[in-house]
Design a protein around this ligand. Sequence first.
Ligand SMILES: [Zn+2]
Length: 367
Amino acid sequence: MPCAMNHRLLPLLLLIITGITLFSCSPEPTKAVEIRGIYGNPKPLWEKGYNLKDLSVNAIFVHSGSINAEMMERARVEGLKVFAEFATLNGKNYVKEHPEAWAVNEKGEKVEAASWFMGVCPTEPGFRQYRFDQLRKLLTEYDLDGVWMDYVHWHAQFEEPEPILPETCFCDHCLSAFSKETGINIPDGATSEKAQWILSNKDDSWRKWRSKVISDWVHEIKSILKELRPQALLGLYHCPWTDREFGSARYRILGLDYDLLRKTVDVFSPMVYHERMGRLPEWVAENIEWFCDRLDIKNGSFPKVWPIVQASDKPGIVTPEEFETVLRGGLTTKASGVMMFTTWAVAENEGKTEVMKKVYSELMSRP
Ligand SMILES: [Zn+2]
């Protein structure tokens, strides 16, 4: 009897042993997280007496206007990579001084600011020159590890629970460029009539052309970057909506076509600001998972995904616990870096500083 029992148990035992052996020999490969970042001037943390290395931070993302030689020097001493945020199509002051670059809506009127955002017309030649010159100056002055384009979309506001999604831009530059580049003849008439004709008859071509205008900007910025700093990366802060949200407004209104952008952008940084956009903290992981699948992101190759999550208590409160959820959520699936909005929000709250330190040091101690 005992002998018969052993015969029956033996295959089962072997199966269990084999399973354990296979499992221990083929663990899930550990994903390398290369960027443990902060977004915003590092001064608030430095003023609290921190060396960023002790917080396991290895990269800072700073508005280009805040970068100076002293900051660069200290960042290098602390072993940090420095990436400059480059405000691309936002320009309230620019349009005040250059009304020819003011975006025009479907009524033929100059657009109003979309809360704090004022999108400049992306086809106006003077503005293009102005921005590209600014970029050249920035890259010549500082040895940056990369440039992160911000506000790369047509006039709109997506960072609020109730987005502002106007139809633009029907200025003379845009209408003639659309006509010339697509071969579509727009019937004569007032601007509002031309706009109506396009939206009613040539909607597909219009959306496609607008996305091309945006991707051309990205392309132009990449060529300047490669010319002046060949090793530097090109990143993009962008609206994180899926293809269908808000009636496909990410493509239709903002002009962001991921299939075009992925050819040029080195690193995507979806702006997953859960609280500002009225979402739950868990949404961050869901969104990043969707995004990595949508772009077919692969470990160790370009394009990469380094999301920016929300730490800031504006307009509502983000608790340290929520901050931990979104920071970890930002590193879901194939994301290989993360940062938070903002450095100041982390520095002013000890709980959030501790969360960042804990999560980032865990990442450092991975084999
Ligand atoms: Zn225009």
